[in-house]
Design a protein around this ligand. Sequence first.
Ligand SMILES: [Zn+2]
Length: 845
Amino acid sequence: MTRVLLVSFILLSAPTPGSAAETVADCQLMLQTGRYDDCLKATTAAIANRSYGEEWPILKAQSEMALGKYPEALDSVAAGLERYSWSVRLRLLEYECALANGRRDQAAAALIETERLVSTASWRYTDADDLVALGHVALALGADAKAVQEGFFERARKNYSNRPDGFLAAGRLALTKGDVAFAAELLTPAAKEFPGNPDILFALSESLRTADREQATTLLQKTLEINPNHAPALVQIAEQQIDGEDYEDAGTTIQKLLAVNPNHEEAHGLQSVIHHVRNDLDAAAASRAAALKYSTANPKVDHLIGRKLSQKYRFTEGAAFQRKALEADPDFAAAKIQLAQDLLRLGQEQEGWALAEQAHKADGYDTTLFNLLKLKDSLGKFTTISSEHFQVRMERQEAAIYGPRVLELLEQAWTETTLRYEFTPELPVVVEIYSQAEDFAVRTFGMPDVAGFLGVCFGKVITANSPATRRDSPTNWESVLWHEFCHVVTLQKTDNRMPRWLSEGISVFEERRTDRRWGQHMNAEFRDRILAGKVTPVAELSRAFLTAKSGADMNFAYYESSMVVEHLVTVHGLPALNAILTDLNTGVQINDALGRHTGTLDAFEESFRTYLSEQALTFAIGAEFTTEEFSAAELTSAEKAQQFLEEHPASFPAMLVQASLLIQAGRPDEAEPVLEKLIELVPDDDSTNGPRRLLADIYRNRNQPELEAAMLSEHLLRSADDLESAMRLHVLCEQQKQPERVIELGRAIFAIDPFQTEALLRTVAAAESLGQSDIAVSQLNSLLQLQPDDSARLHFRIATLLRTSDQPASRRHVLLSLEQAPRFRDAHRLLLELANEPAKPPLEN
Ligand SMILES: [Zn+2]
C-alpha cells in the first residue's frame, strides 16, 4: 500500500487495528467515481497481500481497462483465474479483455469455458452478479436477446432488487435494441433506488434522449458529477458537440477521455470523424489507426466513424465505413442495420432492404429493424409516378389525386433551382410521400414517434408527409417539396459538406423567393427576439439548431439562417453564395468560406446584425408587443382592455384582445376601427387569428360579402397555409361570379389540401364556364378518386370536355360512365354523336 492511500484511509475512516487496507466496497467506489489509478493501486496491494475474493482481480482488471492498460488487464484476469478458476465473472472479463487486445481466439475460448463451468455446476451461479455475467456470455454466444432478458437479467432484477446489476444489464440491452421506452421503464425506478450509481444514471439519460432532452441532459450532468471520468458520458458529450458542428469543444472532450485512457477507441474514432469532416484525411487515418491499436479487426471503430459521417448526411462515406466494419466482422449487427439505413437513404433500395431483412432474421428483437420492415410493407402498396428528373412514390389513390401536380411542381423547382445554383443533381431524385405519419418517421428517423417534421432530404432521397397527415394543422405541401428539393441541390453541390444552418437557410430563402407567402417571415415573436439581442452570431448558427429548446427556438433558427442567406445574396450576390458552396465542396470550413466571399466574417456579421435589426424595427413601427404587464393585466373585458390601453396605447396584443372582446360583446362597430388601426400598425401580419381575419368575420356577420372578400384576399396574399380562409373566399368568389379567381384560389387550396371535394367542384364549374378544359379535366380526375360513387357523372363530364380536343379519350370516358350507369341517357347520346363524328387526332396542348 502506498503512503498516500494510507493517509487518505486514516483520514476517511476509523480503522480497525491491524486492517490497513481498503475494502472491496471502497475500491468499487473508486471505480465508480473515476479514481481508476487509486483503484488500481489499492487492488494491486490487496492482491499482493493475498486478500481473498474474485472481486480483487475483477476490480484490478476493470481499472486497468479504464486506464487503457489492456495487456495488463488481460494478465490480471489470467492471474485471477489461476486462483478463482470457477469464476464466470472473471471469464466474462477475460472475454472482454481478450477482445480489447484483439485476441479473438482467447475470447471465444473464454465463452466456451464459461459454458462448461455452468453445465457442470449451474447451482453455483445464482446471485445477481453471476446471472448478469452469464446473460452477457449468452448474448456473446448469440443467444436470443429476449430469452436473455427473461432468463438472466429479469431473474437478477427480481431476485436481487437491492442490487443494481440486473436493472443496468436489462436497461442496456433494451437500449442496444433501440427499445428506449422499455429501457426508461426499467431504469427510472432503478435511478431512484441507486441515485449514486453513475452507470444507471447514464443509461437512463440515453433512454430519455429523444423523449425528454432536458431530463437526459440533467442526468448526463449528474453522471459526470459523480464520475468526472465517466467515459461513455464523455463520449456522448463529444458526439453532441460533433453533431452541433462544435469541433473545437469536441476536441477538448476527446482530450479529456484520452488523458485517462490514451487508447480509448471511441475517443480516437471520434477524433477521426472530426479530421474527416475537416478534410484532413491523413490525420483521420492516423486517428483510426490509434483506435485500432490493440484490436486491428475491431468492427466498432469503423461503425462509429461511419455512423457519425452518416449523421452529417455523408451517407456514401458512412456506408463505406460500415462495409469495412462488416469485413472485420460479418455478423456485426449494428453495422448491418446502419448500412441498411444508409443504403435506403442513398436510394440503393434493393440492397438496403435485403440487408435489413437479413439482419432482422438474425435478431428479431431490434426495434429499428422491426419498424423498418413494417414500413417496407407500406411501401409495397405505393405506386411510382415519374417525370424527366423525378421518381415519386406515393399511395395509389393519392397519386391519382395530386400526383400530377407534385411532378409539375418538382420539375418547376428543378428548372429554377438548378439554374440558380449552377448544379445538376444525380438522377433520378426520389421523393416519397407518406400518408401515415408513423411510416414517414420510421423511414426518416428509424423510429415511429418523431413528430414535427414535414419533409426531410437525404441528398438524393426526399421524404415528406402527405397533406392527409396534416388535416388538423394544414400546411402548404408545395412549399415543403420546394424547400426539400433545394436541399437536394445544395447538399449534392457541396457533397454534403455544408453546415445545417446554411442548407436550411438557403431552402427557406428560396421558398420565400419563389412565393412571398412561403417560408418563415418576420413576426412579433421574431421581432422581440431580435430587438432583445437574442440573435445567434453567424459563426455559431449551427449550434442554434442543436441547442433549440423549443419549437419556437427552432423556428427562429430557420428564420435567422434564411435571413443570413438573404442578406448575403442581397449584398454580395448569388455568385458569392455559389462560390461559398463550391468552397465547401473542396473542404474549406464554412466560416473561412464566408469570410473569403464577404470581405471578412466580422464585417459580414456586423452588417447582418444591422440588417436584421432594421427588418425588426420596420416590421411594426410604433407598436408594442407582449410585455410582462400585458400578461399580468389579465384583460377579461373590453373596459379593462381600454384602461390598459390608456397606459399602453400602442400595445398590439391589448388592442387585439380589446377587439375580440368587443366582438364577443356584440359591439363590432367599435371593434372595426381598432382592427383597422392594427392593420396599419403591422401591415405584414400574417397570423391566422390576426386583425384581418377578425375584420373579415365582422364583414361576414354584417353580410358585406365584397368587403369580406377583399379583406380575406389581403390576408391570403400573406398566408399560404390558411385553409379555412381560402375555402371561405372560394365560396365568396363563386357567389360573386369571378371564375378566374375561383380557379386561382382552387389552386391555392389544392396546395394545402387536395382532398377538398367542394373546392374541386367549384373549380371545375369555374373552369368549365371559362372553357378551360384542361383544368376542369384534371380536377375531375382528382374527384373520381374522392367521389367514386359519382363516377358515372364525373366520367361523363370529362367525356364532354374532351369531346372536341381528344375524341378517343372522350369515348373512353363515356364508356367508363356507361359501365357504371348503363341507362345514363346523356352518355348514350354523347356516345352516338362521337360515333357519327369523323375521328380527329387529339389536339396538342
Ligand atoms: Zn430543411
